[in-house]
Write a protein that binds this ligand. Sequence first.
Ligand code: DX5
Ligand code: ZN
Length: 214
Amino acid sequence: MIKLAPSLLAADFSCLGEEIKKVYDNGAQYLHLDVMDGSFVPNISMGPGMIASIRKVCDIVFDVHLMIDDPIRYIDDFAKAGAQIITFHYEACDNHKEVIDKIHSYGIKAGMSVKPHTDANLMVPFLPDLELALVMTVQPGFGGQKFMPEAVENLKKLNRAIKALGKDMDLEVDGGINLQNASIVKDEGANVLVAGSAVFGAADVAGTVQEFLK
Ligand code: DX5
Ligand code: ZN
């Protein structure tokens, strides 16, 4: 079954509660929360304080995507803010296993991500310890970019590796996903689709969420 993870980055920040309800009420399973530090990526977005304050809106799963350097510094804060999945970048640290263990110490799920031009095979040794693998299909940092077809190779690599392990885990794609290319990534094994502008930028948000989930 496909899961939809609308990215809050594309929502109207003046009424986040209403925006979240719209996607939750129409069946979106995850809420994708993009955290950017202005260093790992050239943009700054939201922090643990904001995430903690939207936690009370509904029970949607908080899928936190950390695009920050040296992520171990902030695992405590995001776990305490209500994250149920914390994904960090392979490129952002050297202490991968330590970061995964720290996330797991909160009883929540750990994910790892690669940028489009990082070889996803580098993530394969960590798959046995992860609950989610995230393939970026744009350069991280901004919403509303165009899907990079060359990143599908990373999706194929991870799908093969996960199948070989026989592991039940999420394979998520993020960046430029819309109703047109959703079937391409789904056919390559993705089961969680992140969509920001395609969902919150749509004239009919409710209808778009339902369409993605069909
Ligand atoms: C990009 C973020 C994405 C982004 C997706 O750095 O990781 O989650 O919000 O937005 P769209 O779907 O508009 O590409
Ligand atoms: Zn993201």
